[in-house]
Design a protein around this ligand. Structure first.
Ligand SMILES: [Zn+2]
Length: 406
C-alpha cells in the first residue's frame, strides 16, 4: 500500500465564463470520470478540481470516500514529513480550466493578508494560506498577467483619452502605477464607457508599435462584459497581454494581478481558495478596490519575468519528462508527453502526487506491486511517495503530475 496509487473521481464547476459542452477540455476530461454524466452542450464546464479542497472535493473512484478523509486515515499516503508540514492535507490543488471569455480580474492574498482577512471574514476568506499559482497552456492560451514595464506604461499613460481622468506625471514609478490602477478601478461606469470609446477612436499611428492590439482587445472585452467594466482599462492598458502555446506556462506569485482570457489550461496552486476580484464581474461582486490596490505587488513586471520555463527532469528516466518548478514551496509539476509506442518511467518522487491524463491513452504499471492500470483522457490518480510508475502508449499520451515539495 506504500505506493498508494488510487484512481480519483473529481468534480467540475459551471462558472458562466466556462466553455460549453464538448468544447470544454475540463468538461471532456470530467465526463470520462467513473460516475460522470454525459456532457450537456448548453452547459458550461469551467473548472475540474483534483485534490482535497472541501468545496470541490475529489473522491476515491472505488468507494466514493473523500480523498481528504482517506489520507487522514492513512497518513503514510502523504509521508511523514509532508503529513506534519501540511497537517494531513494534500498541500496543492491542480485544476483543469476551460474558458471562452475573461475570468474575473483578480489577485490572491499573501499569507499575512490571508490571515488578516480570514480573521475579519472567515466565510468569504476561508483560508489563512497564500495561493500562488502556475498556469500551463493545454491549448492556445491568452492571458493578462502582471504589469507592463514602466517605460511602456509611461507612453500609454500619455494617451489623450486618459488625460482627463489621470493626474499627469513626469515620471512613472510603482507608487504612481498603484494610484493609476486605483483610479481606473474607481471611475464610474459612464466614464469607463467614454474612455473606452475614445481609446478605440485613436489612430493606430498614435498608439505606438507595441500597443496596436488595444482597440481590438477593448472591442472584444466590451462584447464580453459591456464597455463600462473597469477591468477593460486595467487589463488592456496596464497589464502584460500574452499568448502561450501548449506546454508554455506562467507563474503568478501571491498578490500578483492576473486575468485569463481564452483557452484550456492546467492550473496548480497552493491549497487555498482566497481571491479578490475587481473586474470582469458584476459591480456588486467586486471586492474592495482600496484593499485590492494596496495588496498589489508589481511582480512580474514584463512578459519574460512571467514565464515559467519547463526544464528537462531526471525524474523521468527515459528523458521524456519536463518539470515546472515555481519559486515557492508547495509543489512542482511534471509533464510527460509520449509519442506513439514510447514509454517513460517516473522514479519514486518521495512526495505525494496527483496525475491527470489530458490527452491520448496508454497504460501505467505500478512497479513493485506489478499492477497495470489503463489510462485515458480524464484518468486522475493520487500516488503515494514511494510509487514508481511506468507509462506506455500505443498512440501517444499527455500526462501532468503535480507533487508536493517542502
Ligand atoms: Zn488566480
Amino acid at each position: 500500500m506504500a505506493d498508494g496509487v488510487i484512481q480519483l473521481q473529481c468534480e467540475c464547476k459551471h462558472d458562466a465564463w466556462g466553455k460549453k459542452g464538448n468544447e470544454s477540455l475540463a468538461g471532456r476530461l470530467w465526463s470520462q470520470m467513473p460516475g460522470a454524466s454525459p456532457l450537456d452542450d448548453s452547459e458550461t464546464y469551467s473548472e475540474m478540481w483534483m485534490g482535497t479542497y472541501p468545496s470541490v472535493p475529489s473522491r476515491l473512484a472505488s468507494s466514493g470516500e473523500l480523498l481528504s478523509d482517506h489520507v487522514k486515515r492513512n497518513p503514510s499516503l502523504l509521508g511523514e514529513t509532508y503529513c506534519e508540514r501540511y497537517r494531513r492535507e494534500v498541500p496543492f490543488l491542480p485544476k483543469i480550466l476551460s474558458f471562452a471569455k475573461a475570468l474575473p480580474l483578480q489577485l490572491h492574498p499573501d499569507k499575512k493578508l490571508a490571515e488578516k482577512l480570514h480573521a475579519q471574514d472567515p466565510i468569504k476568506f476561508g483560508d489563512t494560506n497564500h495561493k500562488p499559482e502556475i498556469a500551463v497552456a493545454l491549448t492556445r492560451f491568452e492571458l493578462f498577467v502582471g504589469f507592463k514595464p514602466i517605460g511602456e506604461l509611461a507612453d500609454i499613460l500619455r494617451l489623450g483619452p486618459l488625460q482627463t481622468i489621470l493626474p499627469q506625471h513626469e515620471v512613472v514609478n510603482e507608487g504612481i502605477l498603484r494610484e493609476v490602477c486605483r483610479t481606473l478601478l474607481q471611475i464610474s461606469s459612464n466614464t469607463v464607457s467614454d474612455v473606452v470609446k475614445n481609446l478605440k477612436a485613436i489612430p493606430l499611428s498614435e498608439l505606438g508599435e507595441k500597443n496596436q492590439y488595444i482597440p481590438n482587445l477593448l472591442e472584444r472585452l466590451s462584447e464580453q462584459y459591456s464597455d463600462s467594466d473597469n477591468g477593460l482599462l486595467v487589463a488592456s492598458l496596464l497589464m502584460n497581454f500574452m499568448t502561450l502555446e501548449p506546454g508554455q506556462a506562467v507563474c503568478v506569485p501571491a498578490d500578483s494581478i492576473h486575468a485569463w482570457l481564452s483557452g484550456d489550461i492546467l492550473e496548480c496552486m497552493a491549497r487555498s481558495d482566497n481571491v479578490l476580484n475587481t473586474g470582469f464581474c458584476p459591480r456588486a461582486s467586486r471586492d474592495n478596490i482600496e484593499l485590492f490596490t494596496s495588496a498589489l505587488t508589481f511582480k512580474p513586471h514584463d512578459q519574460e519575468a512571467a514565464l515559467l520555463p519547463a526544464r528537462p527532469s531526471l525524474m523521468g528516466i527515459n528523458e521524456k519528462t519536463v518539470k515546472y518548478t515555481p519559486p515557492f514551496s508547495e509543489f512542482n509539476v511534471l509533464a510527460t508527453n509520449l509519442a506513439a509506442k514510447e514509454s517513460e518511467t517516473h522514479t519514486d518522487l518521495q512526495a505525494p502526487s496527483i496525475l491527470v491524463v489530458t490527452g491520448g491513452s496508454g497504460t501505467m504499471k505500478v512497479l513493485g506491486d506489478g499492477k497495470t492500470l489503463n489510462l485515458s483522457e480524464g484518468s486522475v490518480f493520487f500516488a503515494g511517495p514511494e510509487a514508481k510508475l511506468q507509462f506506455a502508449t500505443g498512440n501517444g499520451i499527455m500526462i501532468y503530475r503535480a507533487y508536493a515539495t517542502l
